[in-house]
Design a protein around this ligand. Structure first.
Ligand code: CA2
Length: 167
């Protein structure tokens, strides 16, 4: 018979028996499912599935479990962030266009009280003025931007170190 914790763990994709300190949630916002398919000059040639595979490899090496998700829907991202409260040690988020528009995602991060690392593939401060404003940054511990998809690896490394320090 599975406990409520085990069912939650399965739903979130966490390894049963791991503690909150071991869990990193990676969220990706709208249109990132098109990664590697269009605009390779800005976002590179790697697909989101390849980014996920690289992140999983690194997470295994670091001994942390990973839940990696993408949604084109603001409300779905908000729900995932709120459900992470008390269950994950760190949120890594590339909110894509919602970075620059979504007070709802900012409020969800603040309400979740989950330490958050903001990631962008491109260097948002060097792009159009509307991309230079980030609501996510108001709540994030730090920002990784401009390192291409390698930024996800940097964020997971930082998240694992933060979690180890906190536990
Ligand atoms: O640089 C980033 O990671 C961004 O978060 C990407 C967002 C953009 O709105 C942000 O300003 C910066 C765009 C994600 C859409 O990804 C695409 C992938 C392939 C083709 C077109 C868009």
């Amino acid at each position: 018979m599975k406990s409520e914790h085990d069912i939650e763990a399965l739903r979130y994709g966490y390894a049963i028996g791991k503690t909150m300190a071991d869990k990193i949630l990676v969220l990706n916002g709208p249109v990132l499912n098109m990664l590697g398919v269009r605009q390779p000059k800005i976002y590179g040639r790697e697909t989101l599935a390849q980014v996920e595979a690289d992140c999983r490899k690194l997470a295994r090496r670091l001994g942390v479990s990973l839940d990696f998700r993408q949604s084109n829907h603001e409300g779905e991202l908000v729900d995932w962030i709120l459900k992470a409260r008390g269950k994950v040690s760190c949120l890594v988020i590339n909110a894509a266009a919602y970075t620059h528009t979504s007070v709802a995602i900012l409020d969800a991060i603040l309400a979740s009280e989950v330490p958050t690392i903001e990631v962008h593939i491109s260097h948002i401060l060097k792009r159009e003025p509307f991309r230079q404003r980030s609501f996510v940054s108001e709540a994030a511990v730090g920002l990784i931007s401009g390192f291409g998809t390698f930024g996800y690896q940097l964020a997971i490394e930082a998240a694992a170190r933060m979690a180890a320090r906190a536990s």
